[in-house]
Design a protein around this ligand. Structure first.
Ligand SMILES: [Zn+2]
Length: 85
């Protein structure tokens, strides 16, 4: 996973056994009651079922962003609905 040249990995999807592909995805993460969106997070995506796997490095990156260690590129308000009401 350290090798940038390797596009296809040796790993298989743990749900369907499909091949995993390195992609950049948008991650939505709730943190202390509000949502943070992080674009272009490196991830492994199953070509068959679409399951997304984050590497420990990507997880650390996400933690850095949600805990406010970087300046956001833009700020958007989010509409929230409660389907139970
Ligand atoms: Zn899969």
């Amino acid at each position: 996973m350290e090798n940038e040249e390797t596009k296809m990995t040796e790993q298989d999807c743990r749900y369907c056994g499909g091949q995993l592909e390195e992609r950049r995805v948008t991650r939505f993460q709730e943190y202390q009651g509000h949502w943070v969106v992080i674009e272009n997070v490196p991830a492994l995506v199953c070509q068959q079922c679409g399951e997304i796997y984050f590497t420990p490095q990507a997880h650390d990156l996400v933690v850095e962003y949600i805990t406010g260690q970087h300046k956001p590129v833009r700020v958007e308000s989010v509409e929230v609905y409660d389907a139970a009401q």
